[in-house]
Write a protein that binds this ligand. Sequence first.
Ligand SMILES: [Zn+2]
Length: 75
Amino acid sequence: MSATTLSPEIVTVASLAERCDRCSAAAKLEVTIAGGGTLAFCGHHGNKHAADLSRVAARVAVEQGFAWAGEVRTA
Ligand SMILES: [Zn+2]
């Protein structure tokens, strides 16, 4: 068996009203966990935890204009 990384659904939103759960900065990322619940992160923490988040997230809302490190780009 190979370790498969789940690909969360990634949506772009105009703006987020949430605050980062770690530092209370304005959130750039809102993550819906596969098992239920949501987490919000600023750009710094969203990118710092990108690998972990993309593993547990069912859905990720990214604020428009923010380039999230966990987003898989098909250039
Ligand atoms: Zn933060």
